[in-house]
Design a protein around this ligand. Structure first.
Ligand code: NI
Ligand code: MN
Length: 225
C-alpha cells in the first residue's frame, strides 16, 4: 500500500489499484499550498464527519473523478443534494462493499455539524478492508474503549489524530493504538492551526517508548506501508 499525506487529516491510500481518499481539506489548509487539488486522485472519498476541515474540498474532487463518496447517512444525503452522483450513507457499526473494499463506519467521540449548519449525523472513523489487509482512519475522536473492538482487524496501520485540543493528544493516541493492537500509526490533525501545534519529535519518542512507530510524512509525501 502507498499512503500520500495531503496535510491535516487528508490521506490518500493506493491499494488494489484504487485511490481511497480520506477527509479532503487542502485549499483551506495554510500548510498545504504545494498541493494541487485538481491532481489528487480518488476512486472512493471517505468523509469521517461534517466539519469543514474534513470535507471542504470533497465536492469538486467527487465531481471531477466520479469517485464514490462514503460517509454517514446525513452527510451522504447532503452531497447527493449537491449533485454528487455516487454516495454511500452508513451509520455507526455498519459496513458496505465499496469497489473492491469492505468499508466499516466506526465509533468516534466528537461532533459533526455541517458547514451550512445542517445536522451532520454522528462522527465516525473507517476501517477499510481489501486484498492487502485492513487499515483505519479515526477521523476526529477522543480516546474511547470502543477502539479495542478494532483489534480483530489486525490493522496494518491506523491514522490517528494527535494534535490535542479538538481530539486526542499524543498520550491518548498511544493508548488508542495499544487498544487497537496497531504497531504503525500515521499522525493526523496536528500543526495545521495554532491550538493543535505539537512537538513532533517528542511525539515520535513517546510512541517509540510504547513500541509503536509514529510516522509523520511531509505534506505531499508518499510512503510505502
Ligand atoms: Ni472535527
Ligand atoms: Mn477536525
Amino acid at each position: 500500500m502507498k499512503l500520500t499525506y495531503y496535510g491535516h487529516s487528508c490521506i490518500g491510500v493506493n491499494t488494489s489499484g484504487h485511490d481511497v481518499l480520506f477527509d479532503p481539506f487542502v485549499t483551506g489548509n495554510p500548510l498545504a499550498g504545494g498541493i494541487v487539488l485538481d491532481r489528487i486522485p480518488a476512486t472512493e472519498i471517505l468523509i469521517t464527519h461534517g466539519h469543514g476541515d474534513h470535507l471542504q474540498d470533497a465536492e469538486p474532487i467527487a465531481k471531477r473523478t466520479g469517485a464514490v463518496l462514503v460517509s454517514n447517512y446525513e452527510i451522504a444525503t447532503w452531497y447527493e443534494k449537491k449533485g454528487v452522483a455516487k454516495t454511500v450513507g452508513l451509520n455507526i457499526g455498519g459496513a458496505a462493499n465499496v469497489g473492491p473494499f469492505r468499508v466499516k463506519y466506526t465509533t468516534a467521540l466528537h461532533s459533526s455539524q455541517l458547514p451550512d449548519g445542517s445536522y451532520g449525523g454522528n462522527p465516525g472513523g473507517f476501517v477499510v478492508t481489501g486484498a492487502e489487509g485492513s487499515f483505519h482512519h479515526a477521523g476526529d475522536t477522543a480516546l474511547t474503549m470502543d477502539m479495542q473492538l478494532l483489534k480483530p482487524f489486525n490493522l496494518r496501520f491506523a491514522c490517528l489524530p494527535i494534535g490535542d485540543h479538538f481530539t486526542m493528544g499524543i498520550a491518548d493516541a498511544i493508548e488508542a493504538a495499544l487498544l487497537m493492537g496497531v504497531k504503525t500509526v500515521v499522525g493526523i490533525h496536528y500543526n495545521t492551526f495554532p491550538p493543535i501545534v505539537i512537538d513532533t519529535q517528542a511525539a515520535i519518542e513517546a510512541f517509540a517508548q510504547a513500541k509503536i512507530k509514529l510516522l509523520l510524512p511531509g505534506i505531499g509525501e508518499t510512503i510505502e506501508l
